[in-house]
Design a protein around this ligand. Structure first.
Ligand code: HEC
Length: 120
């Protein structure tokens, strides 16, 4: 292995430092599943405020309202991107207790980013 590297000691040292710096810069925090993109973080706040009293918005809990599907299960039924249109036009479900929501495009992108983070 070391034979493949240039014999110059400085170069080898530099290569090692670069490798260490690279590993440090890109190292994944221990609980990577908790690290959300900024969009997903905003989406998380939005759904916690607007949806979480009926829907489960995390990876483990039951929905407070039993008939409301936990958000982590939505992608099993359809790609969450397909909600984009319904969120813009006002999502209407077969269930009267689900209020109609109309989100602006920024909020939609954030919510979908958050929903995608639940798929992992
Ligand atoms: C007052 C309770 C309540 C709130 C608040 C609520 N929902 Fe729902 N939601 C429901 C219920 C009940 C259903 C199940 C409807 C059905 O099966 O017909 C549902 C279903 C859904 C579905 C699945 C629709 C489908 O046909 O697959 C989505 C997506 C959804 N809700 C998104 C949201 C979002 C996003 C928010 C917050 C902006 C939200 N809901 C807030 C009660 C709620």
């Amino acid at each position: 292995m070391s034979r493949a590297l240039p014999s110059n000691g400085h170069t080898l040292w530099y290569a090692m430092l670069t490798a260490i710096a690279f590993a440090a810069a890109f190292s994944v925090p221990a609980r990577s599943e908790d690290v959300l993109s900024p969009a997903a973080q905003r989406g998380s706040v939005f759904v916690r405020t607007n949806c979480s009293h009926c829907h489960s918005i995390d990876k483990v809990s039951e929905s407070p309202l039993k008939v409301a599907p936990p958000f982590r299960t939505l992608h099993l039924r359809y790609p969450v991107e397909s909600l984009q249109e319904s969120l813009a036009e006002g999502i209407i479900t077969g269930h009267p207790s689900m209020p109609e929501f109309k989100l602006d495009p920024g909020q939609i992108a954030d919510v979908i980013a958050y929903l995608k983070s639940l798929e992992r």
